[in-house]
Ligand binder design. Structure first.
Ligand SMILES: Nc1ncnc2c1ncn2[C@@H]1O[C@H](COP(=O)(O)OP(=O)(O)OP(=O)(O)O)[C@@H](O)[C@H]1O
Ligand SMILES: [Mg+2]
Length: 504
């Protein structure tokens, strides 16, 4: 260990219920570097960080900080060693205010021992300001959207002037603009000598911001080195063990009748005059930057938003969907974004999380057919490569990406005629991403109408027949999937060009 090394974990081993999750892992972070920690879903990244953060104890192995052996017996001890931890899952308390969340457990008091609310609010504003976030410190967190909650989590880690910050997928719920602000802040921290461990499945982010990398594979170190001496293809190979193909997945399947038609749909303040249609067997993509109105458009379609003008037709009949239940009954399914908040029931088993929305499929005369339920579970476990030791453990024991796979499987099981996927691959590793898209193509080939919303145009280019681009609530372009390019899509997504053009 040289004196530029800030932290070193040596020969770390950890098992859960006799299943080894970390097998002799050694991992080192230099002072003032941004170090990427990479690996497939379930590779052991969060577990390793939980050990460094004092949340879990290793079965064996040592941790050295500044050259001294340290036992991280609790999160507090880790914090005392100037390590901050931004967890993969949101930890904010919805019923507290922004400043109360920021200072939870480290409240500032006046000389007389009273809470110094004024000072805490001022500090909160200052720290959030560094990330370009302008929210009322006295507002309740429950009223904020997920990306603000994530920003509060990030800000909390800045309170303690730490020397090492662990960021476990901080950007999965952030908009592009927020990601840029975060990167700027990370660069400043690095220049001030702070080290950052950065976990993300968005490999382009790794390329942009990280100095060195370590790849975990099945609980072992598959490789490490400097970003300057590698490329994303090599890193992917280390992660998944082979090359992940980049070609387009779509086959020339035959398209059937129109299942969904939207005419002149408008919701004041969010989107206006939207027209599109989806045919049986067709995959229709929507992309744009934040504030493009895409999520709101599909929330309206799915019955979450009642106020709209215009017309929605399913199977050629005009429908008015004031409630998600009605939407499902009419044949629409929505795989929501933000698993962190919306899509899982934490203390329910993996099995039941999968089948909870599709329960009517497994029900006969009021009885749940457990055997059928189990075989459905096995089917998706194999298909999507869900890493789970048993169907009966609660879902919070799964790695983040594996939880997301269960959410997707749940909606595949619901089996509606039209399925809307909102950001389906959030937090999912590159190999499993391809499996999920293959499955989506498969559904289209079975004659379902598919809508995919994604801010990542390259993903849409792989699977869509048609791609719609939105900008500030308006549709600015419609591309045929096989002729669109990422650059051109960006021109329309940023509003540099807009005429509602149809291309291809
Ligand atoms: N408390 C627990 N009990 C049992 N198994 C667990 C527990 N926590 C994690 N695991 C298992 O350990 C393995 C590694 O999980 P971990 O969360 O470290 O993965 P990860 O690399 O962070 O993946 P992701 O990219 O999906 O977040 C997984 O197979 C997971 O199911
Ligand atoms: Mg994780």
């Amino acid at each position: 260990m040289t004196d530029t090394t800030l932290m070193r974990m040596m020969n770390i081993k950890k098992s859960f219920n006799h299943v080894p999750v970390l097998k002799d892992v050694s991992f080192e972070v230099e002072r003032g570097e941004i170090h990427a920690l990479l690996g497939e879903n379930g590779a052991g990244k969060s577990t390793l960080m939980n050990i460094l953060g004092g949340v879990l104890q290793p079965d064996s192995g040592t941790i050295h900080v500044n050259g001294n052996v340290t036992v991280m017996s609790s999160p507090k001890v880790s914090q005392d060693h100037e390590i901050s931890f931004i967890h993969q899952e949101l930890n904010v308390v919805n019923d507290l205010t922004v400043y109360e969340n920021m200072f939870l457990g480290s409240e500032i008091r006046t000389k007389l021992g009273f809470l110094d609310v004024t000072k805490m609010c001022r500090e909160t504003e200052k720290i959030l300001g560094r990330l370009g976030v302008d929210i009322n410190p006295k507002g309740f967190v429950r009223e904020l959207n997920t990306s603000y909650k994530q920003m509060i989590e990030i800000s909390k880690s800045l309170l303690h002037n730490s020397k090492l910050i662990i960021m476990d997928e901080p950007t999965s719920a952030l908009t592009e603009h927020e990601v840029e602000r975060l990167f700027e802040l990370m660069r400043n921290l690095k220049n001030a000598g702070v080290s950052i461990i950065y976990i993300s499945h968005k490999l382009n982010e790794i390329n942009e911001i990280c100095d060195r990398y370590t790849v975990l594979r099945d609980g072992e170190v598959a490789g490490n080195g400097s970003m300057a001496h590698t490329n994303l293809e090599e890193i992917t190979k280390l992660m998944v063990g082979n090359v992940v193909s980049e070609e387009r997945l779509l086959t020339d399947n035959e398209l059937g009748s129109t299942v969904l038609e939207v005419n002149n749909l408008t919701c004041d303040g969010f989107f206006k005059a939207i027209n599109f249609s989806v045919r049986k067997g067709e995959i229709v993509g929507f992309t744009g930057l934040s504030g493009d109105g895409r999520t709101e458009l599909f929330e309206t379609l799915f019955g979450y938003r009642k106020k709209y003008t215009g017309e929605i037709k399913i199977d050629n009949k005009v429908v008015r969907l004031g409630h998600p239940k009605k939407a499902v009954a009419a044949g629409l399914g929505l795989v929501p974004k933000d698993r962190k908040e919306n899509a899982i029931i934490k203390d329910l088993s993996v099995q039941h999380n999968l089948t909870v929305s599709a329960i009517r499929h497994f029900e006969k005369n009021g009885l749940i057919n457990a055997k059928q339920e189990k075989s459905a579970f096995q089917f998706y476990k194999d298909k999507l490569n869900i890493k789970v030791p048993s169907p009966n453990i609660t879902i919070d024991k799964l790695s983040g990406g594996n939880q997301q796979k269960v959410v997707i499987a749940k909606w595949l099981e619901v089996d509606t005629d039209i399925i809307i996927f909102d950001n389906p691959t959030q937090g999912i590793d590159i190999g499993a991403k391809r499996e999920i898209y293959k499955h989506i193509v498969n559904l289209a080939e079975q004659g379902k109408g598919i809508i995919v919303l994604s801010s990542e145009a390259p993903e849409l280019l792989k699977v869509c027949h048609v791609i719609h681009v939105m900008y500030q609530g308006e549709m600015t372009a419609k591309f045929a999937g096989d002729i669109a390019t990422e650059d051109e899509i960006m021109t329309y997504a940023t509003g540099s060009k807009k005429e509602g053009v149809e291309i291809g």
